[in-house]
Design a protein around this ligand. Structure first.
Ligand code: NAD
Length: 306
């Protein structure tokens, strides 16, 4: 299969869906942020700073936070890593968050989830100053998004999906968007963002009946379930734009493994108009949007100082 790369992060081969290249779009977003950071510094402001807190030694989380630190540096911003032991108490973690909230060098705070059992993620997330809540998962930012307010922090993965959609559609008004998955992290904020774009939005989840009938009506189909290969080719409306958020590691022959999405790509790419691959679709956009939110938080803080 021959693919032709284009400047807007889209590529296609004959008779198949156009692939939305999340890597390329994320790279361009990160470069844009780096230039804006340079501009801030030229205006006499300090560097935006992102603090990432990791509690425990989950190997996947360690990889994620290291990657976040690397990308933060790439965007010209300061990265502060806080590694805490698995046995960390709620009081210890809340004390660290209070210190980070009060630290003027830090504009964004992210506590890597999942947390060890003794820590309540909702208590921890809501302890973060809403102005520094770059994951956008606290009650204040969730409420702002639900009320359609601008200027709040939007969760990074759905924001990344929206930017991928905007690379295809300049106007989504009146389109039927179906979101499969209703988590607080992805599905619900995604639905809110699509409403903001004037889409007609349906949300499906594990209890939805005749789900294929619904997904076949979707002009835009976002899938975030964590069920590898759930969405088959015949679930998709011809020409639809499909965003696959799911990431599951599956074993392959020879003791190796690979990442797959919630959509059967081989089938979907013969039906969809545009589609994201896994890996290389939504994943890179999540980190780029974290950097975007950190830059936004820093800019708002510098504006407030003036
Ligand atoms: P979650 O487990 O919190 O929620 C899953 C949702 O899918 C639930 O609403 C559930 O009702 C629904 N669901 C489950 N099985 C279903 C089925 N058979 N039919 C219809 N709906 C079903 O998961 P999450 O945190 O929202 O993550 C979903 C997936 O997205 C996971 O694979 C996760 O790894 C991935 N993810 C990727 C990124 C990224 O950066 N690419 C970021 C966040 C999550």
């Amino acid at each position: 299969m021959t693919l032709s790369a284009t400047s807007n992060g889209l590529s296609a081969s004959q008779g198949e869906a156009v692939r939305i290249d999340g890597k390329a779009i994320a790279r361009s977003l990160t470069e844009d942020i780096r230039q804006k950071v340079d501009h801030l510094v030229q205006q006499g402001h300090g560097l935006p700073g992102l603090a990432v807190v990791l509690v425990g030694n989950d190997p996947a989380s360690e990889v994620y936070v290291k990657n976040k630190a690397l990308q933060t540096h790439r965007a010209g911003m300061r990265s502060f890593m806080h590694m805490m032991p698995e046995s960390t108490s709620e009081a210890e973690l809340l004390k660290l968050i209070a210190d980070l909230n009060a630290n003027p060098q830090i504009h964004g705070i992210l506590v890597q989830l999942p947390l060890p059992k003794q820590l309540d993620p909702s208590v921890v997330t809501n302890a973060i100053d809403p102005a520094k809540d770059v994951d956008g998962l606290g009650e204040v930012n969730t409420g702002r998004l639900a009320l359609g307010m601008t200027g709040g922090m939007v969760p990074c993965t759905p924001l990344g999906c929206l930017k991928l959609l905007q690379s295809v559609h300049t106007d989504m008004t009146g389109m039927h968007a179906v979101v499969v998955g209703a988590s607080n992290l992805v599905g619900k904020p995604m639905a809110q963002l699509l409403l903001r774009e004037n889409c007609t939005v349906s949300i499906a989840h594990i209890h939805t009946r005749n789900i294929q009938e619904l997904t076949r009506q979707a002009d835009i189909l976002i899938v975030a379930t964590g069920k590898a290969g759930l969405v088959r080719g015949d679930w998709i409306k011809p020409g639809a734009t499909v965003i696959d958020v799911g990431i599951t590691r599956v074993p392959t022959s020879g003791g190796k493994s690979r990442l797959v999405g919630d959509v059967v790509f081989k089938e979907a790419c013969h039906v969809a108009g545009h589609i994201t691959p896994v890996p290389g679709g939504v994943g890179p956009m999540t980190i780029a949007c974290l950097l975007h939110n950190t830059f936004q938080a820093a800019s708002q803080s510098f504006l407030a100082e003036e």
